[in-house]
Design a protein around this ligand. Structure first.
Ligand SMILES: Cc1cc2nc3c(=O)[nH]c(=O)nc-3n(C[C@H](O)[C@H](O)[C@H](O)COP(=O)(O)OP(=O)(O)OC[C@H]3O[C@@H](n4cnc5c(N)ncnc54)[C@H](O)[C@@H]3O)c2cc1C
Length: 382
């Protein structure tokens, strides 16, 4: 067993770090957070370096280094800045589904544009009345000749206001057959009847845009079906099992960034004539956080490796997301406490890290659902 990253992986981490040092600006981050604006120019620059397309094979315009590489880039980005970093990685969200289930034609149409950063994807499962349980959905697709007609609403969709296309989970069969009666469709933003409303006032990750997407008699061709009819639910679960590992990476980067700010601050800030890091209650808290981050990182690496080796382990990916997201919230909280009153102000980044960390416990399956998924695997094993 070798716990060292390869030279190529270390080089990738270095190049992301260099990019962030050059391109990230804390004033810009504050402004975008305040105004909830996506940094499109920055995203495109990051995409040109291939940071958001590490896992996409070269033949579709990606870098083809696999999922661990993609997670390393995500971690390093979010370490530098918890929301600018995420924004630089988010434009290809959902494209794993295309890779997993798309035809060659679909992959060739969509992936190269995504890799170049001149197109953005979104994946729409959640609806106003259901997020966790999507074994049946209210968005319906009905076959009409050689077309499908889609009606319904998806909400809380990442990238919706800026997406060029959507992968949409629709009911295509009887509700009496939950999990076996749904299909995925690729819908371009220009489709007649498709409309998007931006959702504002998020707690965190505010420079990543989120929206509601409505479909009113939206017609798509047969070729828009992704994979087989009736398999949409199982494809979606397959996708989440993989993609939640990158949420773990987002959480770990956020936690690491907050820890580094806290350790630096605690060495400089004095109280009662000595740096506060010398107070056992502060030093021990940060040591505990550092330990938890490292444990979360190892879980995430192991989960990502299982994906790269085509041996995806659903228990590991759930464990990685469950643990890393809770560590991120604890790490940001500890950083705020270490910075005292300044930690509570936006200027010091840890307040934002705390807000940005929180969503990792919610999206791509809440922590409650990760525990259920882990339990399901435990029951199979013992
Ligand atoms: C910023 C942001 C971005 C998002 N991006 C996307 C996106 O791009 N695409 C997309 O489709 N969705 C997206 N979502 C939606 C997200 O995936 C859902 O919010 C999440 O799955 C939870 O669903 P819900 O909000 O409907 O909560 P509910 O399903 O109503 O759950 C509410 C609470 O009940 C708990 N609960 C529900 N069922 C169970 C159960 N069986 N056992 C135990 N506890 C349970 C949940 O854990 C939660 O605590 C996003 C959400 C946010 C906040």
């Amino acid at each position: 067993m070798d716990f060292e990253l390869t030279k190529q992986q270390l080089k990738l981490k270095d190049s992301v770090r260099t990019f962030c040092e050059k391109e990230f600006d804390s004033k810009l981050a504050l402004e975008l957070d305040k105004n909830e604006v996506f940094p499109m120019e920055l995203y495109r620059k990051a995409a040109k370096h291939g940071f958001s397309s590490r896992f996409i094979p070269e033949k579709y315009g990606g870098i083809g280094e696999g999922y661990l590489a993609s997670c390393l880039a995500m971690e390093e980005m979010c370490r530098a800045d918890s929301s600018l970093g995420l924004a630089c990685m988010i434009g290809t969200f959902g494209s794993d589904l295309l890779l997993l289930k798309g035809t060659e034609e679909q992959k060739n149409i969509y992936l190269p544009h995504l890799c170049r950063g001149d197109s953005i994807s979104a994946a729409a499962f959640t609806e106003p009345s259901r997020g966790t349980d999507i074994s049946t959905v209210d968005t319906i697709a009905v076959k009409d000749g050689k077309e499908w007609v889609i009606n319904g609403t998806k909400t809380l969709i990442t990238n919706a206001p800026i997406a060029d296309f959507f992968i949409v989970l629709c009911q295509t069969g009887s509700r009496e057959l939950p999990r076996k009666s749904q299909s995925l469709f690729i819908v371009n933003k220009e489709a007649n009847g498709l409309s998007v409303t931006k959702l504002s006032n998020k707690m965190g990750i505010r420079c990543v845009t989120t929206g509601e997407v409505s479909f009113k008699d939206v017609r798509v061709s047969e070729k828009s079906l992704l994979g087989k009819q009736g398999e949409g639910f199982s494809y979606s679960m397959e996708f989440f099992t993989i993609s939640r590992t990158s949420i773990a990476a987002q959480a770990i980067g956020t936690a690491q960034g907050a820890l580094e700010i806290a350790v630096n601050y605690a060495q400089k800030r004095e109280s009662a004539g000595q740096p506060i890091i010398r107070f056992q209650q502060i030093g021990a808290k940060l040591a505990q956080v550092a330990t938890e981050i490292e444990a979360a990182r190892l879980l995430m690496y192991k989960a990502a490796c299982s994906i790269d080796q085509n041996k995806v382990d659903p228990m590991l990916t759930s464990m990685a997301k469950l643990y890393a997201s809770s560590v991120a919230v604890r790490a940001a909280d500890a950083a705020i406490q270490t910075l005292g009153g300044y930690g509570y102000l936006g200027d010091y980044k840890v307040e934002r890290a705390y807000r940005d960390a929180r969503v990792t416990e919610i999206y791509e399956g809440t922590s409650e659902i990760q525990r259920l998924a882990i339990l399901k695997q435990l029951l199979k094993s013992y």
